[in-house]
Design a protein around this ligand. Sequence first.
Ligand code: MD3
Ligand code: FE
Length: 239
Amino acid sequence: MGSVQAIRPARYHRSRRLLRRCAICDLFEFVAPPDPPKEIMAEGAVLLRGAALPVETELLAALNDITATSPFRHLVTPGGYTMSVAMTNCGVAGWVSDRTGYRYDQIDPETGNPWPAMPDCFLDLAVAAATEAGYREFRPDACLINRYEPGARLSLHQDKNERNFAHPIVSVSLGLPAKFQFGGLKRNDPVKTFAVRHGDVAVWGGPSRLCYHGVPVLKEGYHATVGRLRINLTFRAAR
Ligand code: MD3
Ligand code: FE
């Protein structure tokens, strides 16, 4: 299981003494101080900057295997709209939407087969991040994978299709940078906006678990390893 150290970005392994001896490091730290490794967004909600970077290559390779079996597709909402974000899943349960509603299903409706298994590198990262955020019992059985092309967005919503809201949700951002909008328990509560980048991991639980959230329109761009895309992995204990 991934340890707390294993999900820290490499720069935190460097000793204070080494940093102090490097004048250029001093200069960069002055111009752009590093993000804190743990940022509290709200009660129960923690942002772990760069926590996925040490396992980026494994995550992207595992993602390719998953989408070879269960490809990305644009789901239709119960209201009849086609989502701009394309989705797939891995794990024993997958989130799906169609004209009849939203639900978790063991079967990929597109292939008629079970969703691909959750890769160990996915599970280990999600469990390590939840532990780091103070959620020690988290064992996700579902991973929803969202793919944003520039122009795609996810409007403000609550995640309410899971059986037990005592479990947190872990989200891993890869590829193009995006903004998270994070509101309150009512749709019209004020929202805070957080910029998320490649490798950032967020954990939402406790009093934040049912907060409204969304992703505004993704800006045009190109990421060196992911391309013209943003990928978000969302880990849940659905059942
Ligand atoms: C705040 N995905 O799939 S994850 C989703 O970036 C979803 O693709 C977004 O929202 C994405 O349902 C955002 C961030 C997130 C997830 C769950 C939350 C924020 C949350 C639950 C409660 C509060
Ligand atoms: Fe959500």
